[in-house]
Write a protein that binds this ligand. Structure first.
Ligand code: SF4
Length: 199
């Protein structure tokens, strides 16, 4: 996660998180999976015993690791895994921004497009034909079942303002903890240079 320009870091948001820590109020945390492979969430689980410390400090209000069906209002921090590749991702990204004080691009797919972005050199129709009609899969089943693909896969910050970035494919648990624990303390998230690598 890199230091943010002042215009995006919004210290007021961080102060609110710090105030919550001081009053004992739990931080409302969400994690979201857009166009990604879930590897970033698996790395999150590798926080191991630090998950217990995290559980004391946060209320997990939405996550693929939980059972909430709709993204709630009033979220403090949202970690977003994955790029924006289809209309569902696009609508979710807009809703996340509207309902979250701090949005974090979590992993290389969210930060750069990464693996899902590898389809960008193909027109969408050619891609669907190759995967579903000419390849081993079934023919496309229509927009009601398969969300319409965007012409290009884009990183999250191309769609909404993002407050912080955690690179890595996946980010290792140390950098995840460095970033998340700083946010919980209401501090700016600054990763040392070795933690700013991609891949
Ligand atoms: S950044 Fe890597 S581990 Fe995370 S969702 Fe993308 S491909 Fe998977």
């Amino acid at each position: 996660m890199t230091r943010l320009p002042a215009s995006k870091a919004e210290p007021g948001k961080r102060r609110e998180a710090s105030d919550q820590a001081q009053t004992g109020a739990k931080v409302r945390l969400a994690t979201v999976w857009l166009a990604g492979c879930s590897g970033c969430h698996m790395s999150f689980l590798d926080l191991d015993e630090r998950l217990i410390e995290l559980a004391d400090a946060v209320e997990l209000v939405y996550s693929p690791l939980a059972d909430a069906k709709t993204f709630p209002e009033g979220v403090d921090v949202t970690l977003v895994e994955g790029a924006v590749a289809n209309l569902d991702n696009l609508e979710m990204a807009l809703q996340i921004r509207e309902r979250s004080r701090i949005v974090v691009s979590f992993g290389d797919c969210a930060v750069t497009g990464n693996v899902p972005g590898m389809r960008n050199w193909l027109p969408v129709d050619d891609l669907l034909n190759q995967v579903y009609a000419e390849g081993p899969g079934a023919p496309p089943r229509g927009d009601e079942v398969v969300p319409a693909l965007l012409p290009r896969v884009v990183p999250l910050h191309h769609i909404i303002p993002v407050d912080a970035f955690i690179p890595g494919c996946p980010p290792d648990p140390e950098r995840i903890w460095t970033a998340v624990s700083a946010l919980l303390r209401g501090e700016p998230v600054i990763l040392d240079e070795p933690m700013r690598t991609f891949g």
